[in-house]
Ligand binder design. Structure first.
Ligand code: N01
Length: 542
């Protein structure tokens, strides 16, 4: 875009803050900024608000954190009045909730939809960001707040011959709003992560036939979803503030029954009892069955063996059960999946499983998909191939900090942040749930609220002290990156080729991106930094 062309675009506007993204993070940030009396503009690429829950409309999309946990806590009236219908909320219900929040707090008037932020350039002399959008807006803001989400940049399917395919194809992360009717169709699903594992059982029931193309099998635990237990809801709501406090201080942002004993100290019978209890309860609490599942490979192997037994007990064909059983990485080091009838789906006559490690995809063809050994005729392909996680959305914007340094240059060898919130060289820029914070290893809403509140408090501090800029120091950032690495490498996480490591995107640097030190401990650290006058940041009045 040229400057001459810009002169004819919308008039230049100035805000205290520009917020990028109108998902859970952007909406709450806007609410807090308003409360502080600051002017703000939110830009959202989607045609509606909701972020993840606007885009991910694939069959079976639902949250695998329970609904009483996966919701805002900032308003007592909101959390008391909203009534979830199920233990795990579905995508349409979560989107209805987000729409309700936007209306209830009158947020829409400061949000511009269908507008993608193209660039954010720091103006050193004016101490402000110049933000441009793909619709020709050019605005200035003292603060730029990235609420861009961790899993919002869908991976583009890069399969040879895709353009020749005669059927229809969709990515789970950009699903058509009108839905897709697979009735009578021959369908192929590529990928076996959370999105695939949720959609495969539903597609299998609808389609004439389904072929699942699996590169890496995943560990999946049953959801045991059900209508929300009204007694449980009543108990939580009677004491919601305390329930939320415990979540904030917990390791993952929701309370699970933890167990301080080592899996290796337990007898085989005790282990089996514990694993069975977790499996029967359902959901992500499985990882907390013993204290050392994510730090000791031997302990982890006991949990993996339990899963393998479960898969064998559900899937009738031993060869298929074997193919579905993950062996190449420790359980929990790729995001665990939560499913309804996933493994049992492979007992259906109309479902086939193809192991892409043995039979790699050669090309998409006009009639379907060809592996090295066979051709599959397909009417529809579902790409459940995931996202350029944690850094994709940020690096998709041309962000330039001091001295013209681009974020792409700064992060060439992997993301570097201070606390996952700030980046040295990029003053007055905040990332909500950025790399280096617990983010994707936690209940995202808890982590979002913590970051938004921290940023809001920071802005209050700056204003109260007549300060106009804040920037992470290089030393503080170095120390934080080293700490994130140290705690990450003390676990088994780096042993998996996961999207946590950037391993799912060809050419992406291999860095363990989230902070594994725990939500409660991390929160305390951020609070200490603020309480001590923002240690690790340089603050200036001009
Ligand atoms: O994506 P994924 P997702 N050829 O990256 C495979 C959250 N989420 O959308 O493992 C063939 O997990 C890839 O194989 P591999 C949750 O945090 C939450 O499912 O890289 N296959 C993998 O099997 C989750 O973790 C919820 O070898 C290719 C799959 O595609 C995250 O979002 C629901 C391939 C991608 O799995 C992402 O989940 C959904 C290729 N070229 C998502 N490229 C809930 O709350 C990739 N794959 C329930």
């Amino acid at each position: 875009m040229t400057r001459a062309a810009d002169a004819t675009a919308s008039p230049v506007k100035e805000f205290d803050a520009v917020v990028v993204g109108a998902g859970f993070a952007g909406l709450y940030m806007l609410h807090r900024l308003r409360g502080l009396g600051l002017s703000a503009r939110v830009y959202e690429a989607g045609g509606g608000i909701g972020g993840t829950w606007y885009w991910n409309r694939y069959p079976g999309a639902r949250c695998d954190v329970e609904s009483m946990d996966y919701s805002y806590s900032f308003s007592e009236e909101l959390q008391q009045e909203w009534k979830w219908t199920e233990r795990y909320a579905s995508q349409p219900e979560i989107l209805r909730y987000i729409e309700h929040v936007a209306d209830r707090f009158d947020l829409r008037r400061d949000i511009e939809l269908k507008t993608r932020v193209a660039s954010a350039i720091w103006d050193e002399t004016a101490n402000r960001w110049e933000v441009r959008t793909d619709r020709g807006d050019r605005v200035f803001a003292q603060f730029c707040i990235m609420a861009t989400g961790c899993l919002s940049t869908a991976q583009t399917p890069a399969f040879k011959g895709l353009e020749t395919f005669g059927g229809t194809w969709n990515h789970t992360g950009t699903w058509p709003h009108e839905g897709v009717d697979f009735t009578g169709q021959r369908v192929g699903v590529i990928g076996t992560g959370s999105s695939a594992i949720q959609s495969i059982p539903i597609i299998a029931r609808q389609a004439a036939s389904l072929v699942v193309f699996q590169r890496t099998p995943n560990f999946s635990v049953p959801a045991h979803n059900a209508p929300l237990d009204r007694d449980f809801e009543g108990r939580v709501k009677a004491n919601y503030a305390e329930y939320r406090r415990q979540a904030r201080e917990s390791r993952v942002g929701f309370v699970v029954a933890s167990n301080d004993t080592s899996a290796l100290a337990a007898t085989p019978e005790e282990r089996l009892r514990e694993y069975e209890a977790r499996w029967n309860r359902g959901g992500l609490g499985f990882s907390a069955a013993f204290s050392d599942l994510l730090v000791s490979k031997d302990a982890n192997d006991t949990a993996a063996a339990f899963f393998h037994d479960k898969i064998r007990s559900i899937v009738r064909d031993p060869a298929i059960a074997e193919m579905l059983s993950p062996t190449g990485y420790p359980i929990g080091t790729k995001r665990m999946c939560v499913d309804t009838d996933y493994y049992a789906t492979f007992n259906r006559d109309n479902v086939r499983l193809v192991d892409l490690r043995k039979h790699p995809i050669e090309a998409i063809t006009p009639r379907g998909l060809r592996t090295r050994d066979a051709e599959y005729e397909l009417d529809s392909i579902v790409f459940a191939i995931g996202f350029d996680a944690m850094t994709g959305a940020l690096l998709g914007i041309d962000i330039r900090g001091r001295d013209g340094l681009t974020l792409g240059q700064k992060w060439a060898a992997g993301p570097r942040t201070y606390l996952g919130i700030a980046i040295a060289g990029f003053p007055n820029l905040f990332a909500i749930t950025g790399p280096g914070s617990p983010s994707v290893l936690s209940n995202m809403i808890v982590s979002i609220e913590q970051h938004v509140d921290w940023i809001a408090d920071c802005l209050v501090h700056l204003r109260a002290h007549g300060l106009h800029r804040i920037e992470a120091t290089v030393d503080a950032e170095e120390a934080w990156v080293a700490h994130v690495n140290e705690v990450g490498h003390a676990t088994l996480y780096p042993r998996a080729n996961s999207w946590y490591m950037g391993a799912n995107v060809p050419g992406k640097p291999r860095v363990f991106m989230p902070y594994v030190g725990g939500v409660g401990a991390y929160r305390q650290r951020c609070s200490d930094v603020a309480a001590k006058g923002y240690t690790g940041f340089s603050l200036a009045s001009a």
